[in-house]
Ligand binder design. Structure first.
Ligand code: HEC
Length: 151
């Protein structure tokens, strides 16, 4: 009897390991994003880029403001609307984005980025190499044909 129990014990242990291995293999992921993309998307949020930016194509929404004061403050100071970055890779390359994040380059309107990137170089590289892959068409600024159904 003891022997059977120990065999059973081993069996369920192995089954648990198998289950873990399956989970670790990333089978049930919610999106089709690669591990690199997911790491970059997480970094984007860790660095609080989504305090200002959304990345709709990656399912990144704006961070909740931490208090009402902050929300009001942000709203009042905001002069330039931070863009959604779903299509930033269409017009920007890695060189530009790296310098942009370091505030070493200005855009066509003569403005530099709000925030100078203060993280590590490899973190910046991770973010930049992810951002150049974001090439979803930007949403049209104005609603298109009135016939278009919105749900
Ligand atoms: C305090 C708000 C704020 C935060 C935080 C912020 N940004 Fe921005 N970002 C802006 C604004 C505003 C613009 C638009 C600048 C302009 O047009 O003058 C912008 C522009 C950009 C652009 C340029 C897009 C383009 O089309 O050229 C990129 C790329 C970008 N941000 C990436 C990031 C990343 C990555 C982070 C996090 C490390 C971040 N931003 C954090 C406000 C912010």
């Amino acid at each position: 009897m003891k022997r059977i129990v120990s065999i059973l014990g081993l069996g369920s242990g192995a089954a648990a390991l198998l289950a873990l291995a399956l989970m670790a293999s990333g089978l049930p992921t919610p999106s089709t994003a690669s591990a690199d993309d997911q790491a970059a998307a997480k970094l984007f949020q860790d660095k609080k880029c989504n305090r200002c930016h959304t990345v709709k194509v990656a399912g990144i929404a704006k961070m909740e403001a931490e208090g009402e004061d902050k929300e009001v403050d942000l709203e009042e100071k905001k002069k330039v609307e931070p863009p959604d970055l779903s299509g930033v890779g269409v017009k920007r390359d890695a060189d530009y984005l790296t310098q942009w994040m370091q505030r070493r380059v200005a855009n066509d309107d003569g403005r530099k980025h709000k925030k100078k990137f203060t993280g590590k170089d490899d973190e910046l590289a991770t973010l930049v190499s992810w951002m150049v892959t974001l090439k979803s068409p930007q949403e049209p600024a104005a609603p298109a044909a009135p016939a278009e159904e919105k749900k």
